[in-house]
Design a protein around this ligand. Sequence first.
Ligand code: ZN
Ligand code: ZN
Ligand code: ZN
Length: 375
Amino acid sequence: MSSRSRPVPFTADDYRARMTRAAETAAEAGLAGVLVAPGPDLVYLTGYQPVNTERLTVLVLTAGQDPVLVVPTLEAPDAEKAVGAPALTLRDWTDGKDPYAVTAPLLDDAGRFGISDNAWAMHLLGLQRTLPGTSYVSLTEALPMLRAVKDTHELERLAAAGAAADATYEEILKVRFSGRKETEIAAELAELLKKFGHSQVDFTVVGSGPNGANPHHEAGDRTIERGDMVVLDFGGLKHGYGSDTSRTVHVGEPTAEEQRVHDIVREAQEAGCEAVRPGVACQEIDRAARAVITEFGYGERFIHRTGHGIGVTTHEPPYMIEGEEQPLVPGMCFSVEPGIYLPGRFGVRIEDIVTVTEDGGRRLNSTARELAIVE
Ligand code: ZN
Ligand code: ZN
Ligand code: ZN
């Protein structure tokens, strides 16, 4: 981890370069341009993070033309303060005016556009009504790799977020689990993530005993008992970039079977991480981890993909899943998180964020992966 506590700030030039690349990639994909709604894509491309509302805000990117941000007049002063604003032309519209009529002259009226997945349907419908000759595709489907390859300063932020999540895990091992509710442990995880610099906590999974067999269980009223396996999976954003790590702990001494299932998941997670190198297809990471679990007879009990990308959000492309043939590229960051889930009994998951280097992979989480015994 960098000794610097503040990350290197992104500049208007960084954002200009990202917008140019997005417009060029869109043109190569046969699109007339890209329409970006408030949310992770807009943050990534401009540094501007307004609330996504019924008032239209949209970034219009077209190859060979300057980026234009359409904003409500009352929000224009905030947009002008965004770090990427010098790279943008602002086009504002006032309440009572038709925002789609303001946007229409910026668009090829027979063009096909990539539009943010999280754009409001009412905005897309408004554009379609105003420009019936246009058509739209999902930006994530059209440009899945838009945010996937991280630059040096993004990697530093992801490493810092990972280190904060690791520090959180080290601290939670010291607390008492038995006799306490899952929600209490979850609250402590959230508090620790914030203590170690997270501005936002996205999830704090505490899956004790049978609850651990449900990968989407967050935390509930169940009281943790001696003998429980407990899946911990937590993360959020620090300096705008994500953390996401899982470890499974045991309250007191584990049975031989619990230890064995944990060993298998650990070996699978190791195999997944070992498979990371440039040029390897995403699905190969899933296959490498899954092969170990299948070999030991638990293939049916590994019920999710092996991993997902991470950046300005905690879940994004690329996905480590069968069928994803996208080759790994240095600078990509994603989770490797195999698990085994035994319904009604317990679950085990181990997760690290890994970044692709020139000749392999480097983990951004480094806490011990052995089954930890807690009180
Ligand atoms: Zn047990
Ligand atoms: Zn996770
Ligand atoms: Zn994850």
